[in-house]
Design a protein around this ligand. Structure first.
Ligand SMILES: NC(=O)c1ccc[n+]([C@@H]2O[C@H](COP(=O)([O-])OP(=O)(O)OC[C@H]3O[C@@H](n4cnc5c(N)ncnc54)[C@H](O)[C@@H]3O)[C@@H](O)[C@H]2O)c1
Length: 273
């Protein structure tokens, strides 16, 4: 059984902060689009705009990669694609298993974008015997009993959990026990893992809550609607919860900080669990 994960420092090996690591895929996506258009170089301002990050933060992030660009020319697009891909470990092929092949698991399996980003769906696993052998995205679903063998045979280190919340911890424990050291969790539950195992949690409802907060602010602060009793607020509220009852200056200051201060540190859809 897995034990609780102790506190981990906010920097990774080679001293690259986690917040920088979290922005590298944004740069890579923007750079890949430039590369596909055969754009040879890009300025920090242009790239920052395309990635939705402020340019000073981008320059700081790239300094961790040892990439400083050339004054008046900018950054070499192809070289940056290579540098970031290498830093993210995408220059090698990562076999991934998806556990729980329902609506979400099947949609993930059918997503064509993983392969071009260095991920190969090695196996699809489900606990419903009726699913066994059924092809999803051209891959036959395998029964959960095979999980350990599949992981070992394919050298899998990354697992995706798309089961109901009640099954997620048990699935997680089996994945970890079998040798998986990185987990992407879509189930709405907090997973407990031993030290050395990384968990990222995807929660689209948190993103929607954040958008609801911005919508409310855009609608004007004059007469905000009353908070429904079911939405928690105040200091103990979860990230993304709508917080009401503060004075206008405080809300505006926060809005400015969100726009100008540190846009790249907005809570991402994928977050550490
Ligand atoms: N994070 C998000 O933004 C987001 C969005 C949608 C759904 N979800 C979550 O993703 C999960 C899947 O949603 P869905 O709509 O695909 O559900 P679903 O019911 O369609 O599919 C769940 C699948 O998991 C399988 N399963 C159940 N227990 C299992 C176990 N122990 N081992 C292996 N497989 C098992 C079931 O047989 C089923 O095929 C749910 O937890 C849901 O809340 C998250």
């Amino acid at each position: 059984m897995a034990t609780g994960r102790p506190h981990r420092p906010a920097t990774r090996s080679r001293g690259i902060p986690e917040a920088t690591v979290a922005r590298l895929p944004l740069y890579l996506r923007a750079l890949t689009a430039l590369s596909e258009r055969s754009v040879p170089t890009v300025s920090s301002e242009e790239l920052a705009g395309a990635a939705g990050v402020n340019s000073a933060k981008l320059r700081k992030d790239f300094s961790y990669l040892g990439s400083y660009g050339t004054r008046g020319v900018g950054y070499d697009v192809e070289y940056l694609v290579y540098q970031i891909s290498r830093e993210l470990g995408l220059t090698q092929d990562w076999p991934v298993v998806i556990v729980g092949i329902g609506n979400l698991g099947a949609a993930l399996a059918n997503y064509g974008g993983f392969a071009s980003r260095g991920f190969r769906v090695a196996a699809l696993i489900d606990a419903d015997p009726g699913m066994t052998g059924r092809p999803v995205a051209g891959i036959a679903v395998q029964y959960i009993d095979e999980l350990e063998t599949i992981i070992e045979d394919n050298g899998v280190s990354i697992g995706v959990i798309a089961t109901p919340a009640g099954a997620a911890q048990q699935v997680c424990d089996r994945l970890v026990e079998a040798g998986v050291t990185s987990i992407l969790n879509f189930a709405p539950t907090v997973l407990s893992v031993p030290e050395g195992v990384d968990v990222r949690k995807v929660d689209l409802s948190i993103e929607l809550q954040i958008l609801a907060f911005h919508e409310q602010r855009k609608a004007g602060e004059a007469s905000p609607p009353a908070a429904p009793a079911s939405i928690p607020s105040g200091p103990g509220a979860p990230a993304g919860a709508v917080v009401r009852g503060r004075d206008d200056a405080e809300v505006r200051a926060e809005a400015r900080a969100g726009r100008d201060g540190d846009p790249g540190d907005d809570l991402p859809a994928v977050m550490p669990a």
